[in-house]
Design a protein around this ligand. Structure first.
Ligand SMILES: *Cc1c(COP(=O)(O)O)cnc(C)c1O
Length: 499
């Protein structure tokens, strides 16, 4: 039982610590930094024993309680039960064996078939819970920039949740047809969707600017509306992601794939660095992880960063067949920098200033050493991604393009290092979400039509089933068709909220 209240501090080192409910409500700290725990809780022997016998929702509540100390335990239990009831697998995030030394942690059994559901099905309840704890009688409007999966997952999570609304911006030509169709057909009275001319970083920068716009906040406050973020910079997104690494580890031990205490690796297809950061936090809490393997696509800014300590965002931006990883500014790296610099907010602020003024920063040797101690990295291009899909399918497993990037990087890593340690690979989307690329990887030719009927074709070809949430998408009415320049995003938000 936690007796102390865990506080959250900004990674940029200014301001006071705030309780979890405030960190979740605000999304981003007033100085532009990210809220991060002032101290990381550790799993005790007793925790581990208790967790072993629990269902996924109960594990989630137990682990979240260590981070969200100002939420009542019964409340968290209730929240977790509601959030994960919408998943179509009894284990919520099952581990599927691929071979003797590789397990796949399937994170796509939620209502939108991608891993963002793991956090976004629970975030609305964490937010409305936070408002209650803080005694706030207002509406909260969630702004989301998405490279595809977050948008739909946020829309699905918040649709018709009382006292909330949600607005999603996605890069016009940066998401798959299925992803776009999922978003523009979203049900719910409190949702808005707008395409932006630009890439994901443009959309994310635009959202960050609106969230820190004082004038906008004032105008909205008069209408009792506050803005918040559901991007993976929100602590309410990150905390639920720590849960599945702990849960996956416990399942591996239960199945005998690992001995209790035996070290293993985790390989994560990475974009904004949220998912792999959650694995790092799980490690810091006591999960025996040896290497965290950070897998990137051709947008390999993180590979260079982990290998050299230089973060250089001034490079060409590529659209790939793993679009949810097409990112040059991985926001959550900031939380890692904060940890590895010994919680030095001044140092982090300096790096972030350099990133925005010069487009790059080089970390200190201490931080560089810390990165190397925990992380390995690699990347692969679209050809490598397709090869990995075909090879994995031949072994009997159908992987999506993002998961395939991880599998390809893992293979390279093993070849290069000879490290044959058991590895858990995070599988972040159903292959059906990226059906055209998966089809092409398996058959060697692009499909004639990459619309929704392709799903049936893929099902027949691979002898697998179309996930229920994706079947019948083409029959839903399109509700959103608006497009904006990046400069027009603010105006869209104002209009939706009646300014
Ligand atoms: C978001 C996403 C990723 C990247 O996760 P980050 O937390 O941003 O690193 C990878 N794969 C899929 C399918 C995603 O939706």
């Amino acid at each position: 039982m936690q007796t102390e209240n865990l506080m959250y501090v900004s990674t940029r080192g200014t301001g006071w610590g705030v309780p979890a409910s405030r960190a979740i409500l605000e999304g981003i700290a007033p100085d532009g930094g990210l809220y991060t725990p002032a101290a990381l809780p550790v799993l005790t022997q007793e925790d581990i024993e208790v967790l072993q016998g629990m269902s996924y929702p109960d594990r989630a509540a137990h682990i979240l309680q260590k981070f969200l100390t100002d939420y009542a335990p019964e409340r968290l239990k209730d929240i977790a039960a509601k959030a994960y009831a919408s998943f179509d697998h009894p284990d919520v995030a099952p581990v599927v064996p691929l071979d003797d030394t590789t397990g796949i942690l399937e994170l796509f059994h939620g209502p939108t078939c991608a891993f963002k559901d793991m956090a976004l099905q629970i975030l609305p309840y964490l937010l409305t819970g936070a408002m209650e704890i803080q005694g706030i009688d207002e509406q909260v409007c969630i702004l989301v920039a998405t490279s595809g999966d977050t948008g739909k997952a946020a829309l699905e999570g918040f649709a018709d949740v009382e006292n909330t609304s949600v607005i999603v911006f996605y890069p016009k030509d940066g998401v798959s047809k299925i992803q776009e169709l999922q978003m523009v057909t979203q049900r719910g009275e409190n949702v808005g969707v707008c395409a932006v001319y630009g890439n994901f970083d443009d959309a994310q920068t635009g959202v960050k600017a609106i969230l820190t716009d004082g004038e906008m906040a004032e105008a909205l406050a008069a209408k009792k509306i506050r803005l918040s973020s559901a991007n993976s910079i929100n602590w309410g997104r990150l905390a639920p992601q720590i849960v599945y690494y702990i849960s996956g580890w416990l399942d591996l031990v239960k199945k005998g794939a690992l001995q209790m205490g035996e070290a293993f690796n985790i390989c994560v297809p990475t974009g904004n660095f949220g998912n792999i950061l959650a694995a790092y936090f799980a490690k810091r809490m006591g999960v025996p992880v040896k290497q965290l393997i950070c897998a990137s696509n051709r947008n390999n800014v993180l590979t260079e960063f982990i290998e050299t300590g230089l973060y250089d965002r001034s490079r060409p931006f590529y659209q790939t067949i793993s679009p949810s990883m097409d990112i040059l500014i991985s926001s959550n790296v900031e939380r890692l920098l904060y940890e590895l610099s010994g919680q030095n907010g001044f140092e982090v602020r300096t790096y972030m200033k350099q990133l925005s003024s010069a487009g790059e920063y080089q970390v200190s040797s201490t931080v560089g050493k810390g990165i190397k101690e925990h992380f390995a990295a690699g990347y692969c291009d679209d050809e490598g991604t397709k090869t990995a899909i075909a090879r994995t399918f031949a072994k009997g497993y159908l992987a999506d393009t993002h998961t395939a990037v991880a599998l390809s990087v893992l293979e390279d890593y093993r070849r290069k290092t000879g490290d044959e340690t058991y590895t858990l690979v995070a599988s972040t989307a159903s292959p059906y979400k990226f059906a055209a690329s998966v089809y092409e990887a398996i058959t060697g030719k692009a499909p004639e039509d990459d619309g929704p009927q392709l799903l049936e074709t893929l099902a027949k070809l691979t002898n697998t089933a179309v996930p229920a949430p994706l079947a019948g998408l083409d029959k839903l009415p399109v509700r959103f068709t608006e497009t904006a320049e990046k400069e027009g995003m603010r105006e869209y938000v104002g209009r939706r909220l009646g300014l």
